[in-house]
Every structure is written in C-alpha cells, then in structure tokens.
Design a protein around this ligand. Structure first.
Ligand code: ZN
Length: 255
C-alpha cells in the first residue's frame, strides 16, 4: 500500500572527511532542531577530487558516530567514488559509474572493503547508496552476500523487493510536497545553494511530522514485489527524470 499522507526521508550524499565543512554545517541545525533521522551516505575511501573541498576533518568520524547514535542511518556510498566504468546501470541516469559493469568479484571486494572501513570507524552501515545511481545485478548479489539487504534508489512510491534486496526509493533532489507515497530527498551538501538550503528549511518546518527514518519505514511499510500499476508508474517516473536531464544537457550545450 502506498503510504498516505506522504512520508519523506532525507539523504545526504558524498560525506567524507574532506566534505566542504561550511557547506555541510548549514544543515546540522535543521537536523537537530527537528530531530530528523536522515540517511548519511558516506564514501569509505574517497579518491574523487571533486569531493576534496576542505582539509580532512579529524572529527569527521566521531561526528558521524554521534549522528548515527542520534538516529541517522549510515549508508555505504560506493567505495572510492571514482566513476570510471561505462557499464549500464539498472537505473541508467549517468554514462559513468563506479560499480555498474565492473566484474562481480571486484564489486564484492569493494563492498567488503568499504564496509570494513566504515565499521572500523565504529559505524554500522545498513544501506547501499550507489554513486551516480550506478549498479547492476552483480552489485545486488554482492550486497546480499555481504549482508546488506537495503538499497536507496528507484522511482516507485513505496519500498519494494527486487533482486533479493529491499529498495527504498529515492526520487527527489529537492523538497516537493506530495499527497501520498514515500519520497527520499537527496541533498548534495557540497553543491546546494543557500537558496536551496533555505527552501529545505521552509519545507521541513511545514512538514516536520511527515519526516521518517529508515527504521520506521521498515517497521511500518512491508516491502513486497511491485504490482503492475506501480511498475508502470516507476517506468514513467524514470522516463521523466531522464527526459528532464536530457533537456538540461541540450540547454547547456546550446549556450
Ligand atoms: Zn556521490
């Protein structure tokens, strides 16, 4: 059953010791004031230069532990965030990805190593967040083998089971009011503008009671295989996002 009224989950991507400190700190009062329990998508061994925006924060891991203790869910955000593979993802939103198309054995190693790094820092990673939505059937099998049954991705309006994993959909990149469904809003703290941060504050203030957590989602919404209607909705939603992105690319090129 699609939840009604709507529920929202927040997800913060690209967290690592070199995340832009001033930009990340803009969100902390919001999380604290409203007792939000977001998904914190942490890169275990970041090697992506685009995510090196501040000197490494010696307090980073302790801060993540404290936020997990306060109710956040730790996500495994890939391994090194190096998106060098051209394999086709189950969610084809980007040409390059870290995982899709990489041999299954290597994917398994990266997932194992990544989990080891996060656990070595005292965190309990529970959900996989693929960099650039890039993952394939091999990723799903490797996650299952490593005991990670959850994935944050997909365009349905409720959590569902596919490929042996529970998918908690992630469909939004900014707040949008909805009547029904479970909506994950993905935020990139490094690139969010101050106007986008202000918009998120306004939205959370208005909808605070509708914000949920991974734990609550799993306790309240029993995931099952998607029925035909929701599968059609999912295909349409994916098509819409791809069309929107293609339009944006064309606009950029014609500038
Ligand atoms: Zn990322």
């Amino acid at each position: 059953m699609i939840p009604s009224p709507a529920q929202y989950l927040l997800r913060f991507d690209d967290l690592c010791p070199t995340v832009s400190h001033p930009r990340w700190q803009r969100f902390l009062p919001l999380i604290e004031e409203f007792g939000l329990r977001p998904i914190l998508a942490v890169v275990p061994d970041n090697q992506d230069r685009e995510l090196i925006l501040s000197p490494p924060d010696p307090q980073f891991w302790a801060r993540m532990r404290a936020m997990e203790a306060a109710g956040a869910t730790i996500g495994l955000h890939g391994y090194r965030h190096l998106c060098l593979s051209l394999g086709r993802s189950l969610l084809p939103l980007h040409r390059h990805s870290e995982f899709a198309g990489v041999p299954e054995e290597t994917q398994g190693e990266w997932i194992r190593e990544g989990l080891g790094i996060l656990r070595g820092q005292g965190l309990n990673p529970r959900i996989f967040v693929a960099p650039r939505h890039g993952f394939d059937q091999a990723t799903l099998r490797a996650l299952g083998q490593e005991g990670i049954p959850l994935l944050s991705d997909g365009f349905a309006r409720l959590p569902f089971i596919r490929g042996g994993l529970i998918w908690i959909p992630q469909q939004l990149w900014g707040p949008v009011a909805k009547n029904k469904g479970l909506w994950t809003i993905c935020i990139h703290s490094n690139s969010a503008t101050d106007a986008q941060v202000a918009q998120l504050y306004t939205f959370v203030r208005e909808h605070a009671a509708e914000f949920t957590s991974v734990g609550r989602v799993l306790a309240e919404l029993t995931p099952a295989r998607l029925g035909l209607t929701e599968r059609l909705y999912e295909s349409w939603a994916l098509w819409r996002v791809r069309a929107y992105r293609a339009r944006k690319r064309r606009k950029l090129r014609s500038r």
